[in-house]
Ligand binder design. Sequence first.
Ligand code: PLP
Length: 430
Amino acid sequence: MTTNQQLFDTASHLMPGGVNSPVRAFGSVGGTPRFMVKGEGAILTDAEGREYVDLVCSWGPALLGHAHPAVIEAVQAAAARGLGFGTSTPAEAELAELVVGRVSAVERLRMVSTGTEATMTAVRLARGFTGRNLVIKFAGCYHGHQDGLLAAAGSGLATFAMPGSAGVTEATAAETLVLPYNDLGAVEAAFEAHPGRIAAVITEAAPANMGVVAPGEGFNAGLRRITEENGALLIMDEVLTGFRVGPGGYWALAESGWAPDLLTFGKVIGGGLPTAALGGRREVMEYLAPLGPVYQAGTLSGNPVAMAAGVATLQNATSEVYEHVDAASLRLQRSLAAALDAEGVDHSIQRAGNLFSVSFGTSQRGVANYDDAQAQESFRYAPFFHSMLDSGVYLPPSVFEAWFLSSAHDDAALERIEAALPAAAKAAAA
Ligand code: PLP
């Protein structure tokens, strides 16, 4: 048997940090990353044959659990017909129809391959549509690794305590205004300071990359009002929340009577294969090539196997699935709080829809923005994480990430997590 450590050693000689995405390296929790070889339902199996109840769910896509039979069958059937043709295929419109049917703010949709591409294209489109250069983002919100949006970008970057990234030019960074989350006054002031120059505000529909931080009452609607008053676009990033917190994502769940101009999707929309999308108002979307002057393209965009995974996932993401995930999330939040309370660990559980995360030492002040998230006692997470891992529960290897559940997290899986919590809470208390 090859051990996780041997696999990591080999990988580290071949790939920077031994990984293809930084947070997988266990940098903020230490120890040896697990190399998974199989996922079935709520359970992952590593290279050493150890099983874990999975609370990462592929960072969101696995809403139906791993290897859901209907998704695997659809993927196998599509793959057997060919992996891609570089032409349009019927499944693209099929997936687009499912999205348009679920998210009324989407009149037109463009498939891309990653969430980063979706937000990158949305920003370019906003600039092309408005003829303006500046973009507002919020500290702690992550929109993928496009240059202009890496400043104060939460999760992976928060984990590594990097303010932005080397390699991003000052000229690029200067076109992004980074504001504190949940502060409409700061947004209004930015529009006053830069009249006629701001193309768009981009925001996570509900941030989940500085831990979960719910938008305050009326915050997203306030962004809509301010952008509209100033002729700028509102881009709502639903890469993480879309089709996960509810059938239409967070915007459809929490707000009514207004719509963003553009929305971005990823993760669940591809059911575990590389698909993402941007969509929105027809007038804006038709600024994209081939109809409009804003260029965007992709060899693998709308790949038929990925489309099949997305279609099968959304078709099976029924109201029962969301009811199950909501209930499992509530149950786990309560069990987690009870275990931490029993050990006297000061904490708060942050939630938005069925997404939640824990932060330590924050019960008094709460967590409304990135400064609050960074001020927590994050050192308590590594011992908590490793205790859970030793008990067979795979948590996100960073305190700044949400915990993800699926419809496959049944009573047995939840009981295994709950059985592991007391020891982990004790470890966090130490
Ligand atoms: N936007 C949000 C809100 C995300 O959470 C992520 C990834 O976690 C992205 C964009 C980037 O997506 P991807 O990793 O597919 O490029």
